[in-house]
Design a protein around this ligand. Structure first.
Ligand code: KIV
Length: 262
C-alpha cells in the first residue's frame, strides 16, 4: 500500500518508527521504494552530491522539479517529499509558485527550511491542499548566516526557541517537522511537545522517523562523514541490501545509536 500523510500520522500514533532517504533519480527511486523506505526526500542536497557545489544555495526550483519528476516516475509506493530550495519561500507569491511547480512535478509534500516566521506561508499552502514539512534546527540553506554547519539548540535560550518554533509551525498547519543537528535531550522535549511526526537527522532516536542523504548511507560522499552518518553499504553486498538494512535499523531502533547523537 502506498505511504501517505495519514500513514505517517498513524506511525506516530502507534509509536512505530519510519524511514526516509533522499532520492534524486528514477532508477535509485525504484530501488529505494522497493526496499520499503517510507518517504523519499528529493533534497536540495542534490546541489552538493549531484552538482558538486559546496552548499545547497545554488539549487533552483527548476532543478528540484526536474529531479522530483524523475523520482516520481521511479516510485513504487513511497511518499515523495520535495525541497523548496533557497529563497523559494522568501515571499508568499514565490512560495505558491514553487509549491505548484513541485506538486505538479509529482511531489506529495513540500519541505521548507525556516522557523516560526514561515507560519503564514504554511497556512496558505495548507489551505491550497499542499502538505508541508517544516525543517528546523540546522537549516543548510542558511549556512552562510550560521557561519558553518553547526549543531543548533545547544543552550537553554536557543533550545527553548526551537521548541517554540516547532509549536508555532504545528499550529500554522505543518503536517510533519524535520529536525537537523540538535542535541538529543532537546529533541526529546520537542517531540513530546508536538503531536505531528518528527523526522530527525543528527537529532537522536527520539524522532518518529530518520533521514539520511543516500550518498552518505552508501559511503560515497567526499570528505569525513558527519557524526550522524552510518555507512550501510559496509557489511552488505549490494546497494539494495544497504537500503533494506537502513530501513530495518530504523524500525528496530538500532539506528541512530549513541555515537550518532549530539
Ligand atoms: O536536502 C536534504 O537532503 C535535506 C536532508 C539533509 C534532511 O534536507
Amino acid at each position: 500500500m502506498a505511504v501517505t500523510l495519514r500513514t505517517l500520522h498513524k506511525y506516530r500514533a502507534d509509536k512505530q518508527k519510519f524511514s526516509v532517504l533522499t532520492a534524486y533519480d528514477a532508477c535509485f527511486a525504484q530501488r529505494i521504494s522497493e526496499a520499503g523506505i517510507d518517504v523519499m526526500l528529493v533534497g536540495d542536497s542534490l546541489g552538493m552530491v549531484l552538482q558538486g557545489h559546496d552548499s545547497t544555495v545554488p539549487v533552483s526550483v527548476a532543478d528540484m522539479a526536474y529531479h522530483t519528476a524523475a523520482v516520481a516516475r521511479g516510485n513504487t509506493g513511497s511518499l515523495v517529499m520535495a525541497d523548496m530550495p533557497f529563497m523559494a519561500a522568501a515571499t508568499l507569491e514565490r512560495a505558491l509558485d514553487a509549491a505548484t511547480t513541485l506538486m505538479q512535478a509529482g511531489a506529495n509534500m513540500v519541505k521548507l527550511e525556516g522557523a516560526g516566521w514561515l507560519a503564514d506561508t504554511i497556512a496558505v499552502l495548507k489551505r491550497n491542499g499542499v502538505p508541508v514539512c517544516a525543517h528546523l534546527g540546522l537549516t543548510p540553506q542558511s549556512v552562510n548566516a550560521f557561519g558553518g554547519y553547526r549543531v543548533q539548540g545547544r543552550d537553554e535560550d536557543t533550545a527553548r526557541q526551537l521548541i517554540d518554533d516547532a509549536l508555532a509551525l504545528e499550529a500554522a498547519g505543518a503536517d510533519v517537522l524535520l529536525l537537523e543537528c540538535v542535541p538529543r535531550a532537546v529533541t526529546a522535549k520537542l517531540v513530546a511537545s508536538v503531536s505531528v511526526p518528527v523526522i530527525g537527522i543528527g537529532a537522536g532516536p527520539e524522532c518518529d522517523g530518520q533521514v539520511l542523504v543516500m550518498h552518505d548511507l552508501l559511503g560515497v560522499s567526499p570528505g569525513k562523514p558527519a557524526r550522524f552518518v552510518r555507512n550501510f553499504l559496509a557489511g552488505n553486498d549490494s546497494i539494495e541490501a544497504a537500503f533494506r538494512a537502513y530501513d530495518r535499523a530504523i524500525k528496530d531502533g538500532s539506528f541512530p545509536a549513541d555515537e550518532h547523537c549530539f
